[in-house]
Ligand binder design. Structure first.
Ligand code: SAM
Length: 618
């Protein structure tokens, strides 16, 4: 463990410094960072529905975050919202965080929800919600030099510069870091820091801040504050109302994220019930399939995983009925899978996210003997997707059974034609999968329908012992209400939703070849097929979802492929942040990688469409 205790203070052996003052961490935080940025008055002055953005270098124990949240809860108007961004290269272990924060009983009501989210942390960007969505924490588990360029230009209202002492942690105070801090600060916005080191002040001044000294906390004579010249921009009010087209996970998640920001959202779907298309399987698995390497898709999937688990913690109980956190095994069922697993093993992963297991341990976890090694994802599991969609849709105006016939730009927004009349929202989110191609403004997107069928098999006394989700070339869930779900078939450009015997046979046949011990537990040739379901997913070249603004006020959340349970929630956050011009949940480079504009560019550069879908795994 990196955390030690010195004279009752949390101390980092790595940096040789304390996390906060020996005198009183909380008083120091309030003096230096909250009052140093004039936050009591600035929070109190916020207008209805306005968002304030704080950013911090060095999340550490979260003490500054909790102090800020408490102040916000005390003085900001009830409809105002807080975005808090923090970078942290070396997050504390869960028990360390809990032990440090236990020293502040006055913050217990805020510390408990933070501690509950902490186990969902992933490398890269994390987006968690507190206080019913009023407070958003974006934690970048990254080096500061890598994280700060991810912030949009002029997006931060107040900076807390809280690295360890500059002499011990110079990389947190470098000229490059100060330049990034200044770039991401709004005109008229501020920073505060406990240090008065001359070279740090000079770096901040050179980056463009007006810098001044203030009285420090306790025995520290001086500290530094500053502001970015220029006039603060008037508060931005996003256009309302918003219409979401599509009542699957992508649409419900987008509606949820927008409604949480106080916007009036109407959701339309052609079907009479939510989650009746690709999101309608009786059970969906929480499955993070990683590649070796840290490309854009991988970084997005990691962020989506942490976000999805944290959102599920808010919305659905782990009760074995609507959701289970039973863990998930990925087994080395082929030489290719074995190579992927070996490469992932060689990378450093936090063990709460994944770890390698030998066959014997895998079998112990699964509850049934297994003969292959693999990866263990202790937080994997399954969810009833329709129950998640229903929770997300609770605050939305639902107009179900309304097929949208057309979508057109108007002078002041969009016109959405339905059989019951037209809607005229200021903004639209299109989240209806491959059917989005029918809308003229989105006809250029290379959306590909992919049929996928699942098979439901009756549990046997042997198969009831299965405790975890097992993935090989397909997947098998533990029994729920006497049924296992096996997935899935993949048929490109096939939009049939009929159940096919041949695909049931294919799914079971694949299990028989790759994981014969599990096939035998289901009864082998006598496995009893109870039914199944076929849905049409939507994919795009490269398997990256298409999320972003396609035209002014026209947003899309499309091409989630087989991963909607993972990516739809984060996509909703991305769109809500774009529309309200608040802090995005991902770095700007990843927003660009997912944006629909990438196809407009591709079309221009290549004079045609991209290649076909490269993804549709289990
Ligand atoms: N603000 C914190 C709190 O409320 O507990 C205390 C922050 S502590 C003084 C400084 C933090 O900066 C440590 O948690 C440390 O791991 C982090 N840090 C140091 N160097 C870093 C780097 N290069 N990139 C990101 N974080 C870094």
């Amino acid at each position: 463990m990196a955390l030690e205790w010195r004279d009752g203070c949390p101390f980092s052996a790595r940096f040789g410094d304390v996390y906060f003052s020996a005198e009183s961490g909380l008083d120091e935080s309030e003096h230096v960072f909250l009052r140093g940025n004039d936050l009591p008055a600035r929070f109190a002055r916020l207008g209805p529905g306005q968002t304030f953005t704080v950013a911090e270098t060095g999340f550490g124990t979260g003490l500054n975050f909790l102090a800020t949240w408490r102040l916000f809860a005390d003085v900001a108007p009830p409809s105002a919202q807080l975005d808090y961004f923090a970078v942290e290269a070396h997050p504390l272990a869960e028990e360390e965080l809990v032990a440090v924060l236990a020293r502040f009983p006055e913050l217990a009501a805020f510390a408990a929800p933070l501690a509950a989210r902490w186990r969902r942390r992933v490398p890269g960007w994390n987006r968690w919600h507190f206080a019913g969505g009023r407070v958003r924490l974006t934690l970048a588990w990254q080096d500061v030099a890598e994280a700060l360029p991810g912030l949009p230009e002029a997006s931060v209202d107040a900076w807390f510069l809280d690295g360890f002492a500059p002499a011990k942690n110079p990389e947190m105070w470098s000229a490059a870091v100060c330049t990034e801090v200044a770039r991401s600060t709004r005109p008229g916005a501020t920073f505060a820091t406990y240090t008065a080191a001359g070279w740090v002040r000079r770096n901040l001044a050179a980056a463009g801040f007006a810098v001044e000294k203030r009285q420090g906390f306790g025995r520290k004579r001086e500290m530094t504050v500053g502001s970015k010249p220029g006039r603060a921009l008037p508060a931005f009010s996003p256009a309302e109302p918003v219409t979401v087209i599509g009542g699957g996970l992508a649409g419900c998640a987008a509606g949820f994220a927008l409604a949480r920001r106080g916007l009036a959202v109407t959701l339309l779907d052609a079907a009479p019930v939510l989650a009746s298309g690709a999101s309608g399987n009786p059970v969906g698995i929480l499955h993070l399939r990683l590649a070796a390497g840290m490309g854009a898709l991988q970084r997005l999937l990691l962020a989506a995983w942490g976000h999805a688990l944290a959102q599920l913690d808010e919305l659905l109980p782990v009760d074995g009925e609507v959701r289970a956190e039973c863990g998930l095994l990925q087994l080395a069922v082929s030489p290719e899978e074995a190579r992927r697993i070996e490469r992932l093993k060689a990378m450093a992963w936090p063990s709460h996210l994944l770890r390698a297991v030998e066959a014997e341990e895998a079998g112990g976890l699964a509850g049934l003997p297994l003969v292959l090694p693999g990866l263990w994802f202790p937080q994997g599991g399954w969810v009833v997707p329709a129950r998640l969609a229903a929770r997300q849709a609770e605050g939305l105006f639902l107009r179900l059974g309304k097929a949208v016939a057309g979508l057109e730009k108007t002078a002041d927004g969009w016109r959405v034609d339905t059989p019951g009349g037209a809607l005229s929202p200021a903004a639209v989110v299109v989240a209806n999968g491959h059917a989005a191609r029918a809308f003229a403004p989105l006809a250029h997107l290379p959306l590909q329908p992919v049929r996928g069928q699942i098979t439901e098999v009756a549990a046997t006394p042997a198969s009831l012992r299965l405790q975890t989700v097992v993935c090989g070339e397909g997947y098998l869930t533990p029994a729920r209400a006497g049924r296992h779900v096996l997935g899935a078939s993949t048929r490109f450009d096939d939009v049939g939703t009929d159940l096919r015997v041949a695909e049931h046979a294919e799914i079971l046949g694949r299990l028989a070849t790759t994981l014969p011990e599990l096939y035998a537990a289901l009864g082998g040739d006598k496995a009893y097929i109870l039914g199944g379901r076929a849905g049409i997913r939507c994919s795009a070249p490269g398997a990256m979802p298409i999320v972003g603004e396609a035209a002014p006020g026209l947003y899309v959340s499309l091409a989630h492929g087989t991963r909607g349970l993972l990516t739809a929630g984060l996509a909703g956050e991305m769109l809500a942040a774009l529309h309200t011009r608040t802090l995005p949940p991902l770095p700007v480079s990843l927003l660009a990688a997912a944006a629909p504009a990438r196809f407009a560019r591709l079309e221009r550069d290549q004079g045609g469409r991209g290649s076909r879908c490269g993804e549709c795994g289990p």
